[in-house]
Every structure is written in structure tokens, then in C-alpha cells.
Design a protein around this ligand. Structure first.
Ligand code: ZN
Length: 145
């Protein structure tokens, strides 16, 4: 089929419910780490799961202290989903103290040159993100020596 083509621009707006994981997303916005602990095997998940991925059993909420250790990190220039501006970011996998999995998040500027083993803590998201999951932001932890 041939013919004249037109350019259409579409825009969609969703009212996106946070569901059973709402406490996790709400806490991220405050720099707090809400995790889930399996009532059967005791594994702790941050980010949380609705049910335990090991045994499909129920989990209960608990709050972690928000500290963790960088497992891996990468620096790149990109545009976060649902945002308009491309900029430099450091993304990292962080093993939270007290959790059995690792969380994906962004490192704040003070964590530049992040290497595995860097101690970090969760901070309140910077509000420039388009989705609550992007509020997982970590800063370098200034530990007392
Ligand atoms: Zn379990």
C-alpha cells in the first residue's frame, strides 16, 4: 500500500497504582528502606517481593537501616525512562545490609568513582524521576573511623 504519510504524535497518561508494594515506593521517596521478610524461610528482600521467590510463601514488611555495599557500578550518559533530559548517571547494584538480594539504583554525585565495596546509604530521591522505582538513590556513607 502506498500513499501520503502523516506524522502523528501520541501521548499517554497513566494513573499507575503501586499495589501491594506501595510501602516500598513511598519509603523510597523519604530515603527509607522498606524490605520484605519471608515468614517461612526468613530471607529478606530489598527490593521487596509480594511473595518469597524461593518458596512462594508470604512475606512481612520490615525496615532496614538503609545502608549497603556497592556490588558493581557503571557510569553512563542516558535518559531515565519517563524523563526528558539526558545526563550522566552512575548506576549500581547495592547489597543492602540485612537483605539477601541486591538492589538496582543510582549513586549520587558524591559517590563518583564508585568501586565494589563502597559503603553507601539510601537517601530521599531527588524528585526529578518519572517513576517511583527510580527514587532508589544512594550516597557514599561517611563512616566514623
Ligand atoms: Zn521464603
Amino acid at each position: 500500500m502506498t500513499g501520503t504519510r502523516v506524522c502523528l504524535e501520541l501521548s499517554l497518561r497513566y494513573d499507575h497504582g503501586l499495589g501491594d508494594l506501595a510501602p516500598y515506593f513511598e519509603a523510597l521517596g523519604q530515603g527509607r528502606a522498606m524490605a520484605r521478610r519471608c515468614t517461612a524461610c526468613g530471607h529478606v528482600w530489598f527490593p521487596p517481593h509480594a511473595v518469597c521467590p524461593e518458596d512462594a510463601q508470604a512475606c512481612e514488611w520490615l525496615e532496614l537501616d538503609g545502608t549497603g555495599t556497592v556490588v558493581s557500578a557503571t557510569q553512563t550518559r542516558s535518559r531515565l525512562p519517563f524523563t526528558e533530559t539526558e545526563q550522566d548517571y552512575i548506576f549500581a547494584l547495592v547489597s543492602m545490609d540485612g537483605a539477601d538480594n541486591a538492589a538496582f539504583g543510582r549513586l549520587a554525585a558524591n559517590a563518583g568513582n564508585a568501586l565494589p565495596g563502597l559503603r553507601v546509604h539510601l537517601v530521599a530521591g531527588d524528585g526529578e524521576t518519572g517513576h517511583p522505582a527510580q527514587m532508589a538513590v544512594f550516597e557514599r556513607l561517611e563512616e566514623e573511623t
